[in-house]
Design a protein around this ligand. Structure first.
Ligand code: OGA
Ligand code: MN
Length: 296
């Protein structure tokens, strides 16, 4: 009987892989609705397999809906303290919501990251336990630019030459906490002029994914990174080589935003970057962050 019921259960969602190294579209669900346990399980599997998921057509999603949906994947972080005075509209939002936007209200920013390029990074790896992932929901998108690129750090590791895999085995790197991906200095930090003095968590260059158990490259951010114990010059050369390898186009996939898209990325096996866009146009996105539970 149970088996017959299984067979007759309607399809709960469709996973459509991008065909690139990572990313899949999820179709057939409304993120405002409470998900069934089978749907959550299917999404967890798809997330582990494709690393980045996209849900299009979610224009009706409320902020409470975004928070509720995100909690299916773990407890949420509260938004980080902004590096500047934000608009009142920003400060009134639920604490789980971070705004990513260039929009200003009354001369003060509504969100973070402005309109410039946000260079390749993994979120908050300068903390001992970085977030597990994030959901980014687009409400306004510029007519051009502002695309977000994702890179697959499993494949980045797997495609390294064997000699390089041996060379980086057991090495650890300092992840700079002083500046965000838009290059802004964070509150309470001073500029780093010597990477050997960088402040931030020390992470393994090769980490093991908490769910899949597979090895992946963990690079964080290039700026001010330093491989502990090496001569500075040697560290710079090794990092440059790893970064060039890990950001090759064949490891990446690009999100061209439409209003109502929700992107959900696994922060522990991917990197992302955002292109600049015309400061005269508006981009408004709401983000939740799924808290990390383990060191990488
Ligand atoms: C982020 C981020 C990129 C974007 O929210 O962590 O890097 O496309 N956003 O806005
Ligand atoms: Mn980011």
């Amino acid at each position: 009987m149970a088996q017959a019921a299984e067979l007759h259960r309607p399809a709960t969602l469709t996973v459509r892989p991008s065909g690139a190294a990572l990313a899949a579209d999820i179709e057939g669900i409304d993120l405002n609705e409470e998900l069934q346990p089978a749907q959550v399980a299917a999404l967890r599997d798809a997330w582990a397999q494709h690393k980045v998921l996209r849900f299009r057509g979610q224009q009706g999603l409320t902020l409470d809906g975004l928070i509720r949906f995100s909690r299916n994947f773990g407890p949420l972080d509260q938004r980080p303290k902004a590096s500047m005075a934000m608009s009142r509209e920003h400060d009134a939002l639920p604490p789980e919501i971070t705004v990513i936007s260039n929009v200003k209200v009354g001369g003060k920013p509504l969100g973070a990251l402005g309109d410039g390029e946000a260079v390749w990074h993994t979120d908050m790896t300068y903390n001992e336990i970085p977030p597990k992932g994030a959901c980014l929901y687009s409400v306004e998108v510029p007519p051009a630019g502002g695309n977000t690129h994702f890179a697959d750090m499993y494949t980045a590791y797997e495609t390294l030459p064997e000699a390089m895999k041996k060379r980086i085995q057991g090495l650890r790197c300092v992840h700079d906490a002083s500046r965000n991906s838009a290059g802004e200095l964070r509150l309470g930090y001073e500029d780093v002029t010597d990477p050997r003095k960088t402040r931030g968590a020390i992470q393994p260059i090769v980490s093991t994914h908490a769910v899949t158990g597979r090895p992946c490259l963990l690079l964080g951010r290039r700026r001010n990174a330093y491989i502990v114990g090496l001569e500075l010059e040697e560290s710079e050369q090794l990092l440059d080589a790893l970064w060039a390898h890990a950001t090759r186009p064949e490891l990446t996939w690009t999100q061209e935003w439409k209003v109502g898209d929700v992107m959900m990325w696994d922060n522990t096996c991917t990197m992302h970057k955002r292109d600049a866009f015309d400061p005269g146009s508006r981009r408004l996105m709401y983000r939740t962050q799924i808290a990390g539970t383990v060191a990488l």
